[in-house]
Design a protein around this ligand. Structure first.
Ligand code: MSP
Length: 493
């Protein structure tokens, strides 16, 4: 099994392109592995507890649960908007999660003690802030902090420092990209304070077992979702399944996933996830997205302008996955015109039209070196891509696919199939088109995890099932190709 997760999203605000980004990445990975016949569990969901949520609900005159029901549904809709193939959608207010989080608490109870916390609290990020990071009651990010003194439960995080460092050293692929691994190591090397893992100033949370005055710190509650969805604590296969886990997270929450979470799992005697990949942040037209600036990009709006598949492609072609990047309409249009219409769409269009030019066309394998080479590249591409996908290098995979797109377009120019037809060299014509159809079939299938709807259409035009990569090892179907139309019509912006 392959287990792929997104962060669970806070329900305080509506989903936007940023909260869609990780989910689309997880969907691309999931779809790719499924086409390679892996059993994939793709999890996303909503993080619904904490003071901020309770406050937002109050502002709207709703109970926290009512508020969460409405907001969580907005996040669930992302699966329809972006065509996400998630296996499950978890909500931290579900009973299954409450049970799992409390059981997890019990599993780490030997590392929990009660004491008094005194310090600054940032209720935007739901975390305590070090004295040194507070200036005029504000954090470096400008969040207002408040002084807090309260009894709470602590998790003995500090004692995990050496074990964590040792784990990072002996598992060099645990945190990616590499620069993030170094950042995490440096945080841990500086020393870790024990973590305050309960709150008693508000009640919107999961009660601490045997002490109902306290609710769990929202991050302990939230991180456990990754176990809940696998059926923790009842399912005996949880350790084995969880070991395959790839957590995709934004860079700002890497510390929670790469420091706190592994220590908590060690404490619970559970295996650690396979990998934690931190991606960068998106800006909108070069500026940080913010409601007050009015530049937030909302999924329902942007997908009215562009096909969701076009945005899915853009996000990972324009911005290297792992780096920060910008969402700009001009750049989307450029990618749509150049890459999708000119390179890919045109290739599909041209090759199919050429095949249809000759009524007697049937797939022909003449063993000519140039044709064989193209066919071999087409057939091996899905396996070539594995090394990128194993590293979550989604953008690298796109580059590799694009090499075949470029090569296939060049092949059309160089072999001039129309001239072969004119000279009545029908065998050479059919063999050349066969090689091109194989390449186009492979490209369409390899691009399917990125653009599921449009590439399914391309596969239909090519009479390919387009479900499993194994299909590429089979010769082309000899059925006549159906009618086709442009994959990226001009009136579709
Ligand atoms: N609830 C926590 C996560 C708990 S996971 C156990 C949280 N939620 S969040 O709503 O703030 O969403 C965070 C995630 O949304 C980020 O980690 C990132 O994946 C995504 N993004 C939100 N805004 C983003 C951008 N502007 N750009 C890219 N991704 C960003 O933190």
């Amino acid at each position: 099994m392959k287990y792929i997760t997104t962060p669970i999203y806070y329900v305080n605000g509506k989903p936007h392109i940023g909260s869609s980004y990780t989910s689309i990445a997880a969907d691309i990975l999931s779809r790719f592995w499924r086409m390679h016949e892996h059993d994939v569990f793709f999890l996303t969901g909503t993080d619904e507890h904490g003071m901020k949520v309770a406050q937002s609900a109050e502002k709207q005159g709703k109970s926290p649960q009512e508020f969460c029901d409405v907001m969580s549904a907005e996040f669930r809709k992302l699966s329809t908007i972006w065509n996400l193939s998630n296996t499950d959608f978890i909500r931290t207010t579900e009973e299954r999660h409450k049970k799992a989080a409390q059981e997890f608490w019990n599993a780490i109870a030997h590392d929990i003690y009660k004491s008094t916390y005194k310090g600054w609290y940032d209720s935007v990020d739901e975390c305590f802030v070090a004295e040194a990071d507070v200036c005029n009651e504000k954090t470096k990010d400008g969040h207002t902090v408040s002084w807090m003194e309260e009894d709470c439960y602590f998790f003995a995080l500090s004692k995990y420092k050496d074990r964590l460092l040792e784990y990072y050293r002996s598992n060099s692929q645990f945190i990616a990209p590499e620069k993030r691994m170094r950042e995490v190591e440096s945080i841990v090397k500086q020393g870790l304070n024990d973590l305050c893992i309960s709150r008693s100033r508000f009640s919107w949370g999961i009660p601490v077992p045997n002490d109902e005055k306290h609710v769990m710190y929202v991050w302990i509650d939230a991180l456990t979702n990754y176990l809940t969805a696998l059926g923790y604590p009842k399912n005996n296969d949880v350790p084995e399944q969880f070991q395959t886990c790839v957590h995709l997270v934004g860079k700002e929450i890497l510390k929670f996933h790469a420091v706190y979470w592994p220590a908590l799992l060690m404490s619970a005697g559970l295996p650690l996830p396979k990998r934690i990949f931190a991606h960068g942040w998106l800006t909108s037209e070069g500026i940080k997205m913010s409601k007050s600036l009015g530049n937030v990009i909302y999924p329902e709006e942007i997908t009215k302008l562009y096909h969701p598949d076009v945005i899915r492609y853009y996000l990972f072609r324009e911005i290297r996955f792992g780096e920060d990047g910008d969402f700009s309409k001009q750049a989307v249009e450029k990618r749509l015109n150049y890459d999708l219409r000119n390179d890919f769409g045109n290739l599909v269009q041209r090759v199919i039209s050429l095949a249809k030019k000759f009524e007697g066309f049937s797939p022909t394998y003449d063993q000519q070196e140039k044709n064989n080479n193209l066919i071999a590249k087409a057939r091996s591409l899905p396996n070539e891509l594995i090394k990128y996908f194993e590293m979550q290098d989604i953008s690298g995979a796109l580059d590799a696919i694009w090499q075949l797109v470029t090569e296939s377009n060049r092949f059309v120019e160089e072999t001039k199939p129309w001239a072969l037809l004119k000279n009545n060299d029908t065998i050479a014509f059919c063999a050349t088109i066969t090689a091109l159809l194989e390449a186009t079939r492979s490209i369409s299938m390899c691009l399917k995890p990125f653009m599921p709807t449009i590439c399914s259409q391309a596969c239909e035009f090519l009479r390919a099932k387009g479900e499993l990569f194994q299909e590429l090892q089979e010769p082309l179907s000899s059925q006549v190709l159906p009618d086709h139309f442009p994959l990226f019509p001009k009136d579709d912006k």
